[in-house]
Design a protein around this ligand. Sequence first.
Ligand code: PHE
Length: 494
Amino acid sequence: MDGQHLSNNERRLLRNMKDDNSKSWDVASILEQCQWNDQAIAVGAAQGLVEKGLLKEDEQHSTMVRRLHNGDNALQQGLLEQRIFSWIESYEEPSMAAFQQQFDRSEAGPGIGLMKKLGMQTESGILSFVNKKEVLNLITRRMEFLANLPRNVDQCDQELLEHFKQRKQFIELVESVKRSWLMTEKGLSIASDSLEELDFINEITPELLQSEQWQNSQFRPFDVTLEAATPRTGRAHPMQALIERIRSIFLEMGFSELVDDYVQSAGWNMDALFIPQDHPAREMQDTFYLSQPTTISIDESTLANWKSIHQTGGETGSRGWGGHFSEEVSKRPLLRTHTTVNTVQYLARHPHDPCRVFSVDRVFRNESIDRTHLPEFHQIEGIILEPDANLQMLVTTLKTFYAKMGLPEVRVRPAYFPYTEPSLEVEVKWKGKWLELGGAGIFRPEVTEPLGITWPVSAWGMGLERLAMLVLNLDDIRQLYISDIDWLQNQQIL
Ligand code: PHE
């Protein structure tokens, strides 16, 4: 066997270990001998050699006793019992009353307990000891015990150990594992001269490929299955990272992005989308209306169009909703309840230009917060306006999007929205279950005709937080907005 398959680090480690075949090497001695200063390199090389059967790993478990805060203090200022003892010794008539004056309440209480255990007595109010020498001796041993920490638990005086375990914040026991490595027969059989470090190519660059130099070089093998440390650097919040990913997917698919305001009129949010003015979703319980501004102006011809569509169906062949249509209701300001308010306005501005437009933006609904609901959330919205836009194209677009998000199983089911016909519900399979992620459809003539649009418009709107729950594997939507640093640091790169 030779060292052919070994990385440079492994070669260096094995070469050095061969200098002292029988020794068991710990991390410190590896670092020193191989002239490395990164523990991860030392352990990585050793583990690589263990996997190849060239080294054997040995783990020694031990329990160390370490000093805590009060232990450190005692070492600097003396133990409480020591200070009390010295005070009693130096005081002419050490009475209980004088003692309580001398020592703060926080020390006097526990102090008395400690001293009684050391044989302190009170004779007609004066404090004294049964056996001073013994007390002094014990105090000295306690101090020595503390001074000698950290120390292996087996080397500690067990009685003193028990004593300090009872005292708050004096000591703690810490488990530790010490690893070391020893050469195996197979490791010994490798010839030293096959362990020279090589000039590996670490990175493939255009220059390298052009130079043809690579033909005679060794490439560094990478084992992508090995665990690597997670870099703890600053990074985008998972939600922001997800939004960026969604953006780039739609941009890649030829869509342009629409960004617009979330303060809107009820007219554009609902009337333009043929949502009847008495629709329950318009109520205050579902929609946040604003008191400022008091109204949002909408041009007269648009209002007149909506009125005729809603009351009689206008020129569209529809019968409308009937009843009374109020322009005052149209002008009421609100926080948009869906981003469809923006796509429909985009269409009103560009009724004759083919387009593919998307947005990822915030919407508001007056919902109580629970595991799956937030009053403020995001929608992924889009439209396709083209002479031959159709349902199949819409479904394919959404399937492509979800496949790129790592969710290849998508199905659609019939649904109802006041502004689309046909209407679809889009569902995605996640851990064996179908989950509803949004709605889609072709805008009804009641929506498109008043805008002067003659081509079909495919439209959809999906919940972003729902999708985020799947991608990030959450069972509570609120987790997205709780800045738990541990959770944030451990999120996958999206
Ligand atoms: N606006 C709908 C919602 O908020 C989604 C949707 C958009 C449905 C476009 C059909 C067409 O749920």
